[in-house]
Design a protein around this ligand. Sequence first.
Ligand code: SF4
Length: 398
Amino acid sequence: MPIHATHPHTGETITTSVAGAAFVIAPRYGESYSFDRSGRLLGLFTNGRSYQRTLDNRLLERNARGKTRRRLPPHEHHALLEHVFERLSDLAQVTSQADLDPDDRHALASALALILAFGPDRLAEDGAIFRTLYKPVSILPPDQYLALVLQATEGCSWNRCTFCGLYHDRDFHIHSPESFRDHCTRVRDFFGDGLSLRRGIFLADANALVIPQARLIALLDIAQEFFHLHDRPRPVFSFVSAFDVERKSADDWAQIHALGLERAYIGLETGDDDLLHFLNKPGSVQDAIDAVHALRAGGVSVGVIVMAGIGGEYFAEPHVERSVEAIQAMQLGPNDMVFLSKYVPVPGTAYPRQADAAGILPLSAEEIEDQLHILQASVRAIAPGIRVAPYRVEGFAL
Ligand code: SF4
């Protein structure tokens, strides 16, 4: 329940919520800050603008649709944090005089003590520690933004799709049980009480489920040893390449499901084999359909990602038609999801050059938006009850 109080000097309404997985403090109308339970600032809203504080300590201004407008330069970053912590210090000073129930006063004072101990200098140190814990987390599915990321692998085992530059900065590498245990120890120590906000585990990077079965089981055992919930494994989520799913049987998937794996996310991108081939994605559309069946037979639900706009004008019709057919053939269930992303050219990737050389005209932003709506409506028509959600690749930040 939110706690309401009146500021004893200014008369402004103070609203706070400190009993859940996060602390939310609104020191006056139109301004609010959120923190995890260790007191780490996560985001704020002030002067009509929203900001995300990333775990590596950048402040990103977001627009109303959650897109990043800009990263605050150092002087604005500093000034904004100073403003926030001045307000919080003032709040800590007046808490004893505010019209509060004694239990609420105690809860608010305890939360403010944690938050104030996590001031601008410590946030900067915290961000520096975060950067030593992880290789940059390039992307997460939109329903996993609050996951606890564990990097069982680094990079992508394929790394050659022509439109994708997410992991060009690193070689593929699978953690040994020893190095993964060390990673888990450091991640646990970093998040502290802030872990309560992190729902499931996201096993990163791009294709962690490609790890050979015995090693994957060893790594999941370690992850659950550190982060299990009271009486059961913490749910685990991960990307998998359709092409790699066939390396494991339905029994293998059932074994991994028993260790927490709830959903695997597959980048189908398109249901058209010619376009898939043009994108240099490994495997075929049938591989992706078979992969979904194998995962679901093992009790693992799926998130299938289709990309609007890829393949330009030339592929537009078969791309939409065959993507919908592929999703229909997957026979998705109520726990499965379909995500629709929009193609955005990535500097340093081969696709724009190759498409140009092949005479493939790109779709305009409006045409991509139209294609996305057609895909959305068609998937909803053939798979009623399946959740269809947008998938944002641009501007992702943890
Ligand atoms: S799209 Fe997926 S499989 Fe292809 S290179 Fe990127 S991360 Fe790897």
